[in-house]
Ligand binder design. Structure first.
Ligand code: FAD
Length: 453
């Protein structure tokens, strides 16, 4: 068992900036991350022996990626950095970790949770076939390993990552057959006033889209992915566009509808949650300085609401400053105010993104009974509807009855989709069906774990 005063979980942009700020004030935090080399999702690093230049891996974000990596590397002996370490349980003042098959407990006085996000998945028939990936997973294959998920790929869903990953694949030499965006072009036009608040980010998004069109890659708007077909693996997709159904042969599909926050640790820590209409999700409450509802626990980055990488860096710094102030250190209040104003501006942009890429609210009505929602426990939309028909509508109760979200992923993949089906089948508002309570271990643990000596 080790005791460290301040622990940060997550070495993405939020966690790294938090660590940097703490070190600048003389602290020696412990920084824990399950990935090998830090950087988080957007600035995920390739293996040390890979030689691709930053520009080839991160494109327009190369300079920011290098700055974040240089910060982490520069912190060296000033922090207790623990890569390849999973935090699988959290309670007051103690985290349970697993690194290289060895379980340990890390005690803390203050904790910054910066656990980021993963894709939001709305299943379609065929989504469990080999050859189907989330957008994020497709990007990880390219960013981390320098390989594509297949030769001929269709990208579908909605959100900024859709265009970015399609662009990255096409630039890397993959054959991008089509981009199917469920959002109508009119929504993106309507969002322009809000998006103009962050002109550089908007320009990049427009560039990716224009580049795809200029290179002959068909981009379909208001195109709802309806099914993925294939026997042993993916061989094609079907989608609806206006009144018409279309189909296309392909070798792989990458799809997602934006991102969802990784909130399980905040949940296990007892943080209060509230419904966020903007994120269409239950999120841990944080005040405008990054404090959670639990004393000594701070929240930073996408793990407490999706705002993007620039905001994550600022939120990490802000949470660290707040923590230091709460511990009696004299902190730079001017800097705090500056960070808060910048975060407010990004939040306005975020609202614009939600207008541009609206959640497909009719998804649940279209989900056929036979479609698998929970892969781990093989629970279908029909199984969930049957459970609702038996009188259950609170999500944890539905889980107890039909096992949706009870498997290895603990509902991280299927929980949001299951909630949509429960809301639709019970005729209730999505916010009122509740949220799956976090349970340890939050991610699968192997058998035969050794205890730390
Ligand atoms: C797959 C993926 C790809 C993305 N790519 C882009 C992109 O190219 N461009 C873009 O603008 N945005 C991208 N985004 C969004 C972007 O990642 C985020 O806005 C940004 O990275 C948020 O920073 P963060 O520090 O909050 O979290 P993250 O960058 O997600 O970092 C969180 C870190 O916490 C670690 N972690 C989480 N849970 C645990 C745990 N229990 N134990 C130990 N460690 C843990 C993770 O390993 C991760 O390194 C992507 C998102 C995803 C999910």
């Amino acid at each position: 068992m080790s005791t460290t005063d301040i622990v940060i979980v997550g070495a993405g942009p939020a966690g790294i900036r938090a660590a940097q700020t703490l070190v600048a004030y003389g602290e020696q935090p412990c920084l824990i991350d399950e990935s090998a080399r830090g950087g988080g999702q957007i600035y995920r690093r390739q293996p040390a022996n890979f030689k691709r230049p930053a520009k080839a891996v991160y494109g327009f974000e190369a300079a920011k990626a290098q700055a974040v990596h240089a910060t982490l590397d520069g912190l060296g002996g000033d922090i207790d950095y623990r890569p390849e370490t999973l935090v699988w349980n959290a309670e007051q003042h103690a985290l349970d970790t697993l690194a290289h098959g060895v379980a340990a407990q890390v005690r803390y006085k203050q904790l910054i949770v910066a656990t980021g996000a993963t894709d939001r998945i709305l299943p379609v028939p065929g989504w469990t076939l080999p050859g189907v990936y989330s957008l994020g997973a497709a990007q990880i294959a390219l960013k981390f390993q320098g390989c594509a998920i297949a030769e001929r790929v269709v990208f579908a869903g909605s959100g900024p990552l859709l265009y970015l990953v399609a662009y990255q694949y096409a630039r890397a030499g993959a054959k991008v057959l089509a981009v199917l965006d469920s959002a109508p072009l009119s929504a993106q036009t309507r969002a322009l006033p809000a998006l103009l608040g962050q002109p550089a980010t908007l320009a990049k998004g427009l560039y990716y889209r224009a580049w795809l069109t200029a290179h002959g890659i068909p981009v379909h708007q208001r195109a709802e992915l309806r099914a993925i077909s294939g026997q042993q693996r993916v061989s094609g997709v079907q989608w609806r566009e206006g009144e018409h159904m279309h189909s296309l042969d392909c070798d792989a599909v990458a799809f997602a509808h934006a991102l969802r926050s990784e909130t399980q640790l905040a949940d296990l820590l007892g943080c209060r949650f509230t419904w966020s209409p903007l994120n269409r999700a239950w999120l841990p409450v944080r005040d405008d300085r990054g404090r959670s509802s639990v004393e000594g626990v701070y929240l930073a980055g996408d793990g407490a609401g999706i705002m993007g990488a620039d905001a994550a860096e600022m939120a990490g710094e802000l949470a660290a400053l707040t923590l230091l102030g709460d511990c009696g250190q004299h902190i730079d209040e001017t800097r705090v105010g500056h960070l808060q104003r910048k975060l407010d501006a990004i939040q306005r942009f975020r609202r614009g993104l939600e207008i541009a890429f609206p959640f497909p609210e009719d998804w649940a009505t279209r989900a056929p009974d036979a479609m698998t929602i929970c892969r781990c426990e093989e629970v279908s939309a029909g199984d969930i509807r049957q459970t609702v028909a038996e009188g259950h509508w609170e999500l944890n109760r539905v889980k107890a009855m039909c096992r949706v979200g009870m498997g290895r992923c603990q509902g991280r993949m299927c929980g949001l989709a299951a909630a949509e089906i429960v809301a639709q089948a019970s005729g209730r508002d999505i916010a009122s069906v509740g949220r799956l309570r976090g349970q340890a271990p939050i991610k699968p643990l192997p058998f035969g774990v050794d205890a730390e000596r």
